[in-house]
Design a protein around this ligand. Sequence first.
Ligand SMILES: Cc1ncc(COP(=O)(O)O)c(C=O)c1O
Length: 392
Amino acid sequence: MNCNLRPDNESMKLLNECAKEITARKFNQLGYPFDQNTQFHEFYKWLADTKLCDITLINVGNPYKTDWDMLNTDYFECESIDFIASRFGFDDNHWGVIANGGTDGNMHGIYFGRKALAAKSSRPPVLYVSAEAHYSLQKIGDVQNVEVRPIRAHEMGQMDVEDFAEKLDPSRPALVAIAIGGTFKGAIDDQKAINEVLLEKKPVASYRHLDVALFGGYLPFLDDPAAREIVDVSKMNFDSIAVSGHKFLGMNEPAGIFICHKDILKLVEGAPIPYLKYSIPTISCSRSGFDALKLYWHIKSLGDDGFKAQAGHVLEMGKLLEKSLLERGIKAHRNPYSNTVFFTRPQEKIVKKYAMACNDDPVFGKLAHVVAMQYFTPELVKTIADDIASNS
Ligand SMILES: Cc1ncc(COP(=O)(O)O)c(C=O)c1O
């Protein structure tokens, strides 16, 4: 069937206006942690040259399956997951999937946790999550019908582990969602202290899921071994981890990576779905086959050295922004290993100009934050700091 290759002129005009406006403002999204420097034009050119762009590509269920007739990019999905898993200290005994985003990665973390705990105890689990963790975790508790117990956070955003110890019910399985880089303040929950509470209180079973949406992209590539340890499963012994693809890892549309130990996968797999030949551990059936190609392309283009350089850069830029704001008399704050700087909210026109994210905080009052990403330069930091200082 023939169809037009382009929309009509009127629609093209609207699309072109949209493209122009978005590209002009690409560096004005400071409140959200996107890599606006990702160079995917070669990737899209390759898709056009190879005609892959005219094909529907869907990956289904377990990307590590063999004997699958449908067109797929499973190999590249597995290669990408294996690369990231090894940077989180997993050995070959890991399993993972490219999820549809950070929330989808967390959805799988809570789902896998629920299943793993159900295999150990018939009592319903409790999901413990700090008040500063991403809102999706509480919502996922609702969706999966798991009782959520919010844990207080300290004023800098870290989970209050004493409150966790008080609220922990040892008679029920504990599903602990640990924030490594809280969304607004960029706080890292103290896994060692959380692990100590679990050891001491001995709940009937426990499962720890790490939400490392943004920080999980760069912590493994920092020079500082203490930073790398935070997301190293061989040191911290967590059960699963979810990282966003479209934050530090540079994907330009929603994607996430969920990784767990392979023995947990066995507890999740149910009976095979006849028309799909295998049992399906993932919640959604179809995932983008293009995401796998794009992430593989990005990993192979940048390599460890590229990620290391970017990781050092985002932290340097975060520090510089904090310092520049403090020098200009703005109350600014930044957590250890964080590229997120939060500060007293400037005038609304500046918040809007740079699309800053805002929060009303019981301790700090009206706040805004900026996340220093790959595209930050000392010149951009100076411009932002000047703009904030003269409009506060
Ligand atoms: C800590 C954290 N977890 C999860 C998410 C959700 O990620 P997504 O927007 O990809 O669903 C975010 C998003 O900002 C986040 O900051």
